[in-house]
Design a protein around this ligand. Structure first.
Ligand code: URP
Ligand code: ZN
Ligand code: ZN
Length: 465
């Protein structure tokens, strides 16, 4: 039978359950889950004994083809989503970043054009609001109508994307009115400019000074302020790319007070540390990102934050720049190094090995932080983010015994280095399904071109309009 696929004998793992079962996929959806399903005539059957079936990964923080710091991020929606699929991720949410004074609706149309005809897995968009005024306020309900139900404010990148507290409060209350979730890049932009100017004036221009200009103090301050402003507005808040205990403490305190604050961390903050900035001179530019990598000692606190539910998601903040062609733009001054790293293809595998295999996360927690929680927070659930009858058959089948090593040689990212070069992996995806179609096999893309669809996302919660 056409469009029917039977996955037999896998351990089926969701954010809440683990059980051995057969899963029948028909016309892109999960049609049945049962102890034993008899093979239907004509259906493709996959023997999944000894394998683990998870909901396909949901990465809610990518920047494909982003014009940023005088260049454009190297992975576009084709290479970025191919890498995602090969690494077990079946849905992404990217950021539209409009220019000041421009229309956010036009910017959404522009980003949709970038993705259409390129993306190979399903995708949605957040809108960065780089200013707040009557025009932006009037556009918010229209964006929500288009299924764009989350907004991001930058409390850093002064002179470019940064908004002040008054504008941020405006965004929070407008988003709340229409049932959208606001997220923040939490670093104090003024503190960063102050430090950058001081370092440059002292002739400290190398990439090793990037973390000095982006201290945890500045992240903790902005996280605290963002949370208190959200409290005043009575709005929920999501903190992106949380990197250190200074901000985790603020999230914990807020959640213990009962505030609706959610937070994401990234594989780089769980697994890489600031010692990389002091190795091999300019090579450190490979890891220049904001916030920067932090002390190794803080990493276990982030893992614990995930386990304890204070951090709900792991996304990548994938924003890739070629080392030889793009990172070198900052040879004269670290402030000019395009910020970001490639990671969308590595996230699931790193979390599986260093989370599940090394005992830091249970398998259900792995499903929760890589797929279910982000899908729930950003209006994709229950179509995405779980394995249940009626849901999209966005699935990833892991072989828990298969071994590998992260390397630029095998990476599908469109750049000349891997941020995680040499990391050993145990447990790899052998099959990725997007809406029932096999899109990756043994880490290689086998799907059709441009098959990804724009996802109109649901609103965050009850709303006033
Ligand atoms: O360094 C980073 N994080 N680059 C991407 C833009 C952002 O701040 O998320
Ligand atoms: Zn950011
Ligand atoms: Zn980002």
């Amino acid at each position: 039978m056409k469009n029917t696929l039977l996955i037999k004998g896998a351990e089926v793992i969701t954010a809440s359950d683990e059980s051995k079962a057969d899963v029948l996929v028909r016309d892109g959806k999960i049609a049945e889950i049962a102890d034993k399903i008899a093979p239907t005539f004509g259906a493709e059957t996959i023997d999944a004994k000894g394998l683990e079936l998870y909901p396909g990964g949901v990465d809610v923080h990518t920047h494909f083809a982003l014009p940023f710091m005088g260049t454009v991020s190297a992975d576009d929606f084709e290479t970025g989503t191919r890498a995602a699929a090969c690494g077990g991720t079946t849905a992404i949410i990217d950021f539209v970043i409009p220019s000041k004074g421009g229309s956010t609706l036009d910017a959404l149309a522009e980003w949709r054009k970038k993705a259409e005809g390129k993306a190979v897995v399903d995708y949605g968009f957040h809108m960065a609001l780089v200013e707040f005024n009557d025009k932006v306020a009037a556009e918010i309900p229209k964006l929500v109508q288009e299924g764009l139900t989350s907004f991001k404010c930058f409390l850093a990148y002064k002179g470019a994307f940064m908004v002040d507290d008054l504008q941020f409060l405006g965004v929070l209350s407008a988003a709340k009115k229409h049932g959208a979730l606001v997220s923040i890049h939490a670093e104090n932009g003024d503190m960063l400019v102050y430090l950058m100017n001081q370092l440059l004036a002292e002739g400290k221009t190398g990439p090793e000074y990037h973390p000095v200009a982006h201290p945890a103090l500045a992240e903790g301050e902005a996280t605290h302020r963002g949370i208190r402003l959200a409290e005043m507005a009575g709005a929920p808040l999501y903190i992106v790319h949380l990197s250190c205990n200074e901000s985790l403490k603020e999230v914990k305190a807020a959640r213990c007070r009962g505030q609706r604050v959610y937070a994401e961390t990234c594989p780089q903050y769980l697994l890489l540390d600031e010692s990389l900035y002091r190795k091999n001179g300019f090579e450190a530019a490979k890891w220049v990102m904001s916030p920067p990598l932090r002390e190794k000692a803080g990493q276990e606190k982030l893992w614990k934050g995930l386990r304890d539910g204070f951090l709900q998601t792991v996304a990548t903040d994938h924003c890739s720049f070629d080392f030889k062609k793009q990172k070198v733009m900052g040879k004269e001054a670290f402030t000019k190094i395009p910020n970001g790293i490639p990671a969308v293809g590595d996230r699931m595998n790193l979390l599986y090995t260093y989370g599940v295999k090394q005992g830091r996360l249970s398998r259900t927690q792995f499903a929760a932080v890589t797929s279910t929680n982000p899908a729930r927070l950003f209006g994709l659930y229950p179509h995405k983010g779980t394995i249940s009858v009626g849901a999209d058959a966005d699935l990833v089948l892991y072989d828990p015994k298969k071994k590998g090593t992260v390397s630029v040689k095998t990476s599908k990212h469109n750049v000349d280095y891997s941020a995680f070069e040499g990391f050993k992996l145990e447990g790899l995806p052998v099959l990725t399904l997007s809406r029932g179609e096999i899109v990756a096999k043994d880490g290689e893309f086998v799907g059709k071109k441009a098959r990804g669809r724009y996802i109109k996302r649901a609103r965050f919660e009850t709303h006033e309009d």
